[in-house]
Design a protein around this ligand. Structure first.
Ligand code: DHE
Length: 515
């Protein structure tokens, strides 16, 4: 019998016998060994609302009863009756009573460096190192390393549980850093096909960003309210910044972005109307910023300084928590937290310069740019509306709203392709992938490679000749398309593949990909 039906029948029986549920005691008995006494994770993931509400797939109660496939999580329906399972699931969704500390000492204590890791002098394979493509498989928490010419799988390695956001390559494209929602950061050596180590940089994290010089990795955290800066060399902690707005309000970090020409990280904050810029240019040499911005910098601690990463705070007229940058990194487009519009902030003068007409919760993080006639346009899907907005990057006007078959999540293109690919992630048409002509801004083809299955996220090969599309299902696949004829070339079976990331497109900041 399925768990849903069992619940209603057995809950009545349990109530009749007056069973008394004590979820905290059940947790301590049955769950704490793997998920940690404080629910912050161990061999199993953290069981806190910040993580659980982001999980797609079966209900928590069903996972407790039946276990989770492809993991070590067993089912507990023999030990716990349905009422106790429901109570336990409800308890896990309640917030922690106190926000735990996770400072420098905790982070460094969590670090493990693989003893058997030996750095190779050169790649141990013969593929083009610049055309390696990683495919994240969220079905069983692995990454496949693909040769971008032959599509042979060179390695398939385990990641931390529930990877989110794009893995970040170092500027040479040799090492890659991968983050999980539980705050684990994994370093992997593509040349040696070996994990280098892992560290837990936060308890619940959003994404990571690599500094332009490849030395630092910034980790945006929800829990605690911090930004962790790691050394990419050995995953040691360079600094942990506590995030508090100008008036002292603590804030979660929605996301962190790299701004290489500015030698800084830019932070989107969830709970205060501010943008933060964190410099890695080594104070006092801060005049690298166009316009000489020293007066705008808020140095924390006594002058001269007690940090290598000084912070500049820009107050914004609205809460902005999803960003897109122009290629110069002077302008940042931010989506309003309420999901009903956006603003453009000039990072040089620290001021809003325009409003953006973007209703329906734009997903700016997935935006891409391309040349359209004489201008450059940016396009973004909307999470709550079946449209793609196309915006002129000079006037900030909306040039067109392209109607799609439903709200989408991801978009991609490539300098060498005349097309933009955009998925329909939500709703009855989640099996559709639109192909849009970059100049006419019309949908020229809608692909449906597997009717009924979620089809999402695209990445191009280095030369733009092939487009890789995910069949985002547990027994899914990555489909390789000829990017010119739009014909399927190959199908690689994969476990719920999500994002794909091509080394060259990422390290060269290809305009067709989100950064
Ligand atoms: Fe993401 C990237 C935020 C839900 C899969 N997502 C990002 C980025 C941000 C973001 C800020 C850019 C980070 C980067 O790459 O450095 N995502 C959010 C949300 O706020 C949102 C809507 C709610 C939340 O759960 O936090 C959200 N994201 C999801 C999902 O439900 C997805 C589909 C499945 C999952 O695995 O969680 C999902 N997000 C992704 C992926 C990327 C991503 C695959 C990287 C895209 C890329 O091509 O770079």
């Amino acid at each position: 019998m399925k768990w849903g039906a069992a619940v209603s029948m057995l809950a009545l029986a349990a109530l009749a016998t007056n069973a008394k549920a004590d979820p905290a005691a059940d947790y301590a008995d049955l769950c704490a060994d793997c998920h940690g006494e404080a629910r912050l994770g161990g061999v199993g993931p953290a069981l806190i609302p910040e993580t659980l509400k982001r999980m797609r797939g079966p209900r928590i109660a069903a996972v407790i009863a039946e276990g989770r496939v492809a993991t070590q999580m067993p089912g507990f329906e023999a030990e716990l009756d349905p009422l106790r399972i429901e109570e336990l699931a409800g308890w896990l969704k309640s917030p922690l009573e106190t926000v735990p500390d996770w400072g420098e000492a905790d982070i460094i204590a969590s670090r493990t460096l693989d003893e058997d890791y030996v750095a190779a002098d050169a790649p141990i394979w013969d593929s083009d190192p610049m055309n390696i493509t990683l495919a994240v498989e969220t079905g069983d928490h692995h990454v496949s390393v693909l040769d971008g010419d032959t599509f042979e799988v060179l390695d398939r390695f385990e990641t931390p549980f529930a990877v989110h956001g794009g893995p970040k390559f170092d500027p040479q494209g040799r090492f890659v850093f991968i983050m999980s929602r539980d705050g684990w950061v994994q370093k992997y050596d593509i040349w040696s096909l070996k994990q280098v180590g892992r560290v837990r940089a936060g308890l619940n994290s959003r994404n990571i960003a690599m500094s332009g010089d490849g030395k630092w990795l910034a980790v945006a955290n929800y829990l605690p309210n911090t930004l962790t800066i790691l050394s990419t060399e050995d995953l040691s902690v360079a600094e942990v910044h506590e995030i508090k707005g100008k008036d002292g309000t603590p804030s979660r970090v929605s996301a962190v972005y790299q701004a290489p020409p500015r030698q800084s990280f830019v932070l989107a904050l969830k709970d205060v109307p501010e943008i933060w810029e964190v410099s890695y240019a080594k104070f006092p040499d801060m005049n690298i910023f166009a316009g000489g911005l020293a007066h705008d910098w808020k140095i924390e601690g006594p002058v001269p300084q007690d940090t290598d990463f000084p912070i500049r705070r820009i107050t914004t007229p609205d809460y902005l928590d999803d960003f897109f940058f122009d290629q110069s990194y002077e302008y940042v487009m931010g989506a309003s937290r309420k999901g009903d519009g956006g603003q453009v902030i000039d990072l040089v003068i620290g001021q809003k310069v325009s409003d953006l007409d973007l209703p329906g919760m734009p997903h700016l993080g997935s935006g891409i740019t391309w040349k359209h006639g004489d201008s450059t346009v940016m396009a973004t899907p909307h999470l709550k509306d079946g449209v793609i907005s196309v915006i002129d990057m000079e006037s900030w006007d909306t040039v067109k709203r392209i109607k799609t078959e439903g709200p989408g999540f991801f978009m991609r293109s490539h300098e060498n392709s005349p097309y933009v690919w955009a998925d329909v992630f939500f709703g009855p048409n989640k099996d559709a992938m639109h192909v849009i002509d970059k100049q006419s801004l019309e949908i020229v083809r809608t692909l449906r490679p597997e009717p009924g299955a979620t089809v999402a996220h695209v990445e191009f090969t280095r030369d733009g000749k092939h487009a890789l599309v995910s069949i985002w299902e547990d027994d899914g696949a990555v489909i390789v398309y000829d990017a010119a004829t739009l014909e399927e070339v190959k199908r690689l079976p994969m476990r719920k593949p999500s994002g794909k990331y091509n080394v060259w497109n990422k390290i060269t900041f290809s305009e067709g990909t989100s950064h």
